[in-house]
Design a protein around this ligand. Structure first.
Ligand code: SF4
Length: 437
């Protein structure tokens, strides 16, 4: 695979992007073309999900991955998801169902045209490799009815006690050996080669190191990146179809060099309107973003000089910042450990600890929760988490509500009002601290 080089700073429509963002977009476009070309090339396709995806394993069978959540996100960014969500509702799917699911199902009934404007192929296999969100199970049951293809369920135990035990790993490795690998061999006709897997995992490690470095660069003041809005671009290749590839290594080397340059120049993040002005607020954000009004949402932050220095969402496809790396010396065990470590597989006390640490470690002014109407995996317990982080850090926290890809649940005026009140709250806290000093 190759990466197309891009100019230093790319301007698409009226949006200013870092060269790494433009590069990421090209990689994604190449991947969608690979999917659309599958019927012609004969490549087998697995539908699977972002959290706990087994990209390195899938590649061992020459299978290409198709991620329905990523398709829904792309449709949200292109403002097409609203129509698909309503289409799914017309077919009886309730208003409360996750809107990624409804966007995907609606898109399917309308010809399954992907973000590249070409039809996406039917999957040869449905690989459910992370079960921390119950919606995933139901989603694939619906897809199974439609496609009638092989379905693999790889069960990931929930980290209810806040730790990974040997029994959990053994249980998952056994499933890989007896269920997942034999079925992938059957679907693909390719024999499993563990040394091939080791090679991919070696590549994953390198990309993971630079992803972590890039996200942690937000410890600088000013932060050279926005670890939520910008972070979404940065996690794309590793959480998507590129983990384990040379492309991912090249992308994260490139990203790191770009950020190093921004740090050297003392610059804050690049926003769609150009370099962000003075950094006034440093925030930690919990929860996924809204995609239908992505740019408008981001603007509400950077117009006020607010930068997100850490977010839980950039850990949804794997938590690497606590040291986990895919390990070629323990290939199957590390795939299991990776799935167990997905952010939403962590119990609430672990999530609270994580957010508290982020507020302290990144010297943030507080915690903001973006509660997603239709995502129970993230939203359950968020108010409690907010109060606890507020109590432990002494920093103000705030709560806003939007949705993933349903434009009906993004109320710009409400969100803006709440953000403005939150920034005032931070100012008051600062003034209080100054007068107490
Ligand atoms: S984690 Fe949330 S957004 Fe993802 S599938 Fe589950 S409910 Fe939907």
């Amino acid at each position: 695979m190759t990466i197309i080089t891009t100019p230093k700073k790319a301007v698409a429509e009226d949006v200013i992007k870092d060269a790494s963002m433009a590069k990421q977009k090209e990689m994604m476009a190449q991947h969608f073309d690979r999917l659309s070309d599958a019927p012609a090339t004969g490549a087998k396709v697995a539908s699977t999900f972002v959290p706990g995806n087994l990209n390195e394993l899938i590649m061992c069978f020459d299978i290409v991955n198709n991620l329905p959540e990523v398709n829904a996100i792309q449709m949200g960014l292109r403002k097409q998801s609203g129509g698909y969500v309503m289409e799914a509702e017309k077919h009886g799917h309730s208003e409360d169902v996750c809107t990624y699911v409804k966007s995907d199902l609606g898109m399917m009934t309308k010809g399954n045209i992907g973000p590249n404007g070409r039809p996406l192929p039917n999957p040869d296999v449905l690989l459910l490799s992370y079960t921390g969100c119950f919606t995933f199970l139901k989603w694939f049951e619906l897809l199974r009815e439609q496609y009638k293809c092989e379905t693999i369920m790889f069960h990931t135990p929930y980290m209810g006690d806040g730790k990974i035990t040997k029994e959990m790993i053994d249980y998952m490795v056994k499933q890989l050996k007896t269920e997942v690998i034999p079925k992938l061999e059957r679907v693909s006709g390719v024999k499993f080669d563990i040394d091939r897997l080791r090679e991919y995992l070696k590549k994953s490690q390198k990309a993971e190191d630079n992803l972590v470095w890039s996200l942690q660069s937000a410890r600088n003041k000013p932060s050279p990146i926005d670890a939520y809005f910008g972070g979404i671009y940065y996690i794309g290749p590793i959480f998507g179809a590129f983990r384990g590839t040379d492309d991912a290594i090249e992308y994260y080397n490139f990203l790191r060099a770009e950020i190093e340059e921004r740090v050297k120049q003392g610059k804050g993040p690049l926003t769609p309107d150009g370099d962000m002005g003075k950094e006034r607020y440093r925030l930690v954000v919990e929860g996924p973003p809204n995609y239908t009004h992505f740019r408008q949402f981001w603007k509400m932050f950077y117009d006020e000089g607010a930068v997100v220095v850490a977010s839980s969402y950039t850990k949804v496809g794997g938590t690497y910042d606590f040291g986990f790396r895919h390990d070629p010396a323990k290939p199957l065990e590390s795939l299991a450990e990776y799935c167990l470590n997905v952010y939403t597989n962590r119990n609430l006390p672990m999530r609270v600890d994580m957010l508290e640490n982020y507020v302290n470690e990144y010297e943030a002014d507080g915690l903001l929760i973006n509660s997603i109407k239709s995502c129970n995996s993230f939203s359950a317990g968020q108010l409690l988490m907010m109060r606890e982080v507020e109590k432990r850090t002494g920093k103000p926290a705030a709560f806003i509500e939007t949705d993933l890809v349903d434009p009906r649940y993004f109320s710009a005026a409400n969100v803006k009002n709440r953000l403005e009140s939150y920034f005032q709250m931070i100012e008051q806290k600062r003034a209080g601290a100054r007068s107490a000093a």
